[in-house]
Design a protein around this ligand. Structure first.
Ligand SMILES: [Zn+2]
Length: 438
């Protein structure tokens, strides 16, 4: 593929090209490109590594706009009863919307943290995996879980929690069925109990052991709000990260969503053990949760990626927007315009996310990496004539991508999804949202 500017993640190549064979990048250069069977030519675009989404809850696409002014705990308490109504069909409809939106905005690799499994509704996890396959998204689905209901001192109502033996057995089944550890993999399963206030310490510990037995990654929410910190101090006499350390949840096979309320020693510890943080600036601002100490984490050497978080606390799924928000929020936090520059923000949105997900074959446009590429127009009204195109795309994030390639396959062309009908998805999600609203 050719582009007016190829931004590899480290180099900026004018009139550059990326040569792809069987889904892998075999050469990157400028000037006359080598012969190729199919040529994607985008002279008015910046081509960059496909964006990586390191935290999401795709079923929430069907419950956007609830509790627009609530804290995390208020918002969760209002939404749990609505989420208790989901089934495989509503998860499929919501995931098609969330994945379509991610792809249209240049995301090529995404995780999804699914933790609501109402009793007697089979096929939810399967619906997520099948939808990613259908739409052509590289996918790391997390088998999430909740086991600590209200009656045992947890936050969620008892109606949405599961038995722990059933959670572990189902998780093992999903790993056996879908996890592909090979390089270039399009699907890797993750073990992901929801949070310290919705699962028991025993399930956290057993989940970590199960994940390590199967060589899969671990993910959960951590240090998102002060309410969570107070909950952990009161119930367990531990700060959230201390609790997770006790339960075997530190290491380079773990990444946490948010990581906002971490003290200096905890930031050093996160960096030291190689644990990742998925920073979700739009969701954190929407819920008034706080601002992640991204600059301090990066300075300490931690792995930091970006996530859109569920659409019920973002109302969108655009990783370019998250790069923009991350840049602005870091500067507000530091009262300094040098806190996070555009290239560092793009690194979070690409390489940083790939590191959180344990992918050394994704996140940059280099020989030997997978051909996951996002092309953004820079001749449109928002960007035409602007200086420093790479900075421009973070300062004025694009509403959607022009062309998106996943594993060498074109899935978005001329800003339109090739693998599904966007208007049909919108109609279906409207109907499903109305049904879930009751
Ligand atoms: Zn989340």
């Amino acid at each position: 593929m050719k582009a007016g500017l190829v931004y590899t993640g480290t180099r900026e190549i004018e009139n550059g090209w990326v040569h792809v064979r069987q889904g892998e990048i075999v050469e990157v250069g400028s000037g006359p490109p080598p012969q190729a069977g199919e040529v994607v030519d985008e002279p008015n675009c910046v081509a960059m590594p496909g964006l990586v989404n390191a935290h999401d809850h795709m079923y929430q696409w069907a419950t956007r706009g609830y509790v627009p002014d609530g804290t995390l705990f208020e918002w969760l308490r209002a939404l749990y009863p609505v989420w208790a109504r989901i089934d495989a069909d509503s998860v499929r409809v919501a995931a098609r919307a969330a994945m379509a939106r991610l792809l249209l905005c240049g995301c090529t690799l995404s995780t999804d943290h699914h933790y609501v499994f109402p009793r007697g509704r089979p096929g939810l996890f399967e619906a997520l995996v099948e939808t990613a396959r259908e739409l052509g998204l590289r996918f790391h689905p997390c088998r999430g879980s909740m086991s600590l209901g209200e009656s045992k001192g947890g936050l969620p109502p008892d109606s949405v929690v599961e038995r722990e033996d059933a959670i572990l057995a189902h998780t093992e089944g999903m790993i056996a069925r879908y996890h592909d550890p090979k390089p270039g993999s399009m699907c890797r399963v993750v073990v992901a109990p929801c949070s310290p206030f919705s699962v028991t310490p025993e399930l956290m510990r057993d989940s970590a052991a199960l994940a390590r037995r199967h060589g899969v990654r671990l993910h959960t929410h951590l240090a998102e709000t002060l309410d969570e910190e107070h909950f952990c101090l009161e119930k367990f006499g531990r700060r959230p990260l201390e609790l997770m350390e006790d339960l075997g949840w530190t290491g380079d096979d773990v990444w946490y969503a948010h990581g906002i309320h971490l003290n200096d020693a905890e930031i050093d510890r996160i960096a030291e053990v190689g644990t990742g943080i998925a920073h979700c600036p739009s969701s954190n601002m929407r819920l008034g949760a706080g601002a992640c100490r991204v600059e301090d984490l990066l300075r300490a050497g931690a792995r930091v990626g970006l996530g859109v978080d569920g659409a019920a606390s973002n109302e969108d799924a655009n990783i370019a927007t998250e790069a923009h928000q991350a840049l602005l929020l870091a500067r507000v936090r530091a009262t300094s315009p040098t806190a996070l520059d555009a290239r560092a923000a793009w690194r979070l949105a690409t390489q940083g996310g790939a590191e959180c997900l344990g992918r050394d074959d994704c996140g940059s446009l280099e020989v030997g990496k997978r051909a996951d590429i996002a092309c953004f127009r820079v001749d449109d009204l928002a960007h035409a004539g602007i200086k420093d195109l790479v900075a421009a795309l973070a300062l004025a994030p694009p509403a959607r991508a022009q062309t998106v390639i996943v594993n060498g396959q074109v899935v978005v062309r001329d800003g339109r999804l090739l693998t599904a009908d966007e208007d049909e998805i919108a109609r279906e999600v409207a109907a499903t949202s109305a049904r879930l609203a009751g």
